[in-house]
Design a protein around this ligand. Structure first.
Ligand SMILES: Nc1ncnc2c1ncn2[C@@H]1O[C@H](COP(=O)(O)OP(=O)(O)OP(=O)(O)O)[C@@H](O)[C@H]1O
Length: 478
């Protein structure tokens, strides 16, 4: 997939990398929507690709040509039919690169993670990809000859545009098939990794990995970890720094070519307590050099909200590193660009120092009585309980309040805590209306890009029904 990020655009085509966790039905929908003509499928996903193409032909759609990517250890030189290696071997070494005619020609079609709705096809231009790639190299301080560990999938916004960035700096790519904290630590030591990217769930996995599976960084080894895709929890940031990693927090969307803001470290934060530093770093930050503008606006009036750290508005972007639009979806494109800015669907605030902070997704915010509750704020408190490994908070429909916060929690291995304890812990740290009124323990559903599937949890909370109240609206049972 890494090589194809170069080969496909150089052949004058558009690359569309699909999520390796999709099933055949979803792959066939996306093949049809993208109008792909050629499909390269890694040997691990060959069956899914074949099934998807079969589904396409059953629906009378034109089938793309399938080119398997063989297992590296196997000798495929005598096997019949075209495969990726034979295609490369028999290719024309004098082929002239087909450069884009216009820098705003498309280079890639990337589908969103599908966290809130069906994946949308986002069109990237050569110009936007170039700008975001250069910006990412700068803000994550990727100097020449980096050793880069891939934990962010390359199918996600072309690996946040770092597929091209690592090559630009002559880097070595370390890829993973076995995705465990143990393997991550092993690769970091074995290859002398200097940079990596990872969703907060990956950092969480590393921070909570058993000591026996963890390898300390070599003397003098500095690993810069770019994290984003969801809000990183302050305790996790703290732990990563404690283990010697330098964390760079970034925020963006598929629609912004991956990272669009970065939480740049300020020298005055050196004086703060570790806990306060992690809180500062948990904010989404300021635009990077490739982003023309980021703002938090009232979505109705399009006026910027005051920089008071309290007034919520919608985070919006504009500039060359914002997508061209959604492929074959003019209506959604017009909606997302209404008012001349790209609306993210994220609610945030502006702080006095110019940094923005995301408080929630519009679709996730809980409305309880007359109060808006940021699920991210409640989650950060639940996360700070020593027994909690992961937490997600959603609104549970309620006859009296409209909704009440309901926390879904996964505990650390060997740790114990009951609902009462979690609720008591939150009560000591949050205003009453924000305290979860119910707690459910178990595994938490996530997307393959590491985001909590809150729509699944909302369904579960809905199925639980309303809490019982007495006449004054007090909860009678938990
Ligand atoms: N650093 C971050 N902090 C908080 N949230 C983040 C951060 N980075 C990304 N996000 C969240 O991820 C979203 C972008 O995700 P992505 O483009 O992968 O698709 P998706 O929005 O999850 O999927 P879909 O649009 O299909 O529902 C942002 O709008 C934001 O809600």
């Amino acid at each position: 997939m890494y090589e194809l990020n170069f080969g496909v655009p150089m052949a004058g085509a558009v690359i569309c990398t699909l999520n390796a966790h999709h099933d055949a039905a979803m792959v066939s929908v996306l093949l049809k929507h993208s109008e792909a003509k050629l499909v390269f499928a890694d040997h691990q996903f060959l069956t899914i690709a074949e099934d998807a193409i079969n589904l396409l032909s059953q629906s009378n759609s034109k089938s793309p040509l399938l080119i398997p990517i063989p297992e590296p250890s196997k000798d495929y030189s005598h096997s019949p039919g075209l495969n990726y290696e034979s295609l490369i071997k028999n290719g024309d070494p004098c082929f002239d690169i087909k450069w884009p005619i216009d820098e705003c020609d498309p280079i890639a079609l990337n589908y969103t993670s599908g966290t809130t709705s069906r994946p949308k096809g986002v069109v990237y231009t050569h110009r936007g990809a170039y700008l975001n790639c250069i910006s990412s190299i700068l803000f994550s301080e990727i100097r020449t000859l980096p050793v880069y560990l891939w934990t962010v999938p390359i199918f996600h916004s072309n690996g946040w545009c770092l597929t091209w960035g690592i090559a630009a700096q002559g880097g070595l790519n370390v890829c993973l098939r076995d995705f465990t904290a143990k393997t991550i630590f092993e690769k970091i030591t074995r290859y002398g990794v200097t940079h990596m990217t990872g969703a907060p769930t990956v950092l969480n996995m590393m921070a909570n990995c058993p000591l026996a599976d963890r390898q300390p960084l070599a003397a003098g080894q500095m690993v810069c970890v770019m994290t984003g895709g969801a809000t990183p929890q302050p305790p996790v940031l703290e732990k990563m720094e404690e283990m010697g990693f330098k964390v760079v927090h970034v925020y963006g969307l598929t629609e912004t070519y991956g990272p669009a803001t970065v939480c740049e470290w300020k020298p005055e934060w050196d004086e703060l307590s570790v806990d306060q530093q992690a809180k500062m770093m948990g904010r989404q930050g300021i635009r990077h050099i490739g982003t023309e503008a980021v703002d938090v606006k009232d979505p109705e009036t399009m006026k910027s909200v005051p920089a008071d750290g309290k007034t919520m508005g919608e985070v919006m972007f504009r500039g060359n590193t914002v997508m061209n639009g959604y492929f074959k979806d003019l209506k959604a494109t017009e909606e997302v660009f209404a008012g001349g800015w790209m609306r993210t669907g994220d609610l945030g605030v502006r702080h006095a120092d110019g940094y923005i902070q995301v408080k929630d997704r519009l679709k996730d915010i809980i409305i309880s009585g007359l109060e808006n509750i940021s699920t991210i704020e409640v989650e950060s408190v639940v996360y700070s309980h020593p027994a909690v490994l992961e937490a997600a908070v959603v609104g549970r429909p309620d006859e009296y309040w409209g909704e009440t916060p309901c926390a879904f929690v996964k505990l650390k291995d060997g740790a114990s805590a009951d609902a009462e304890e979690i609720i008591g812990f939150c009560r000591a740290r949050l205003p009453d209306f924000m305290v979860p009124k119910s707690v459910v323990f178990g595994e938490l559903p996530k997307t393959s890009t590491g985001k909590m599937q809150k729509f699944v949890l909302r369904e579960r909370a809905k199925a639980m029904g309303s809490l019982f109240m007495n006449g004054c609206g007090k909860m009678l049972e938990i």
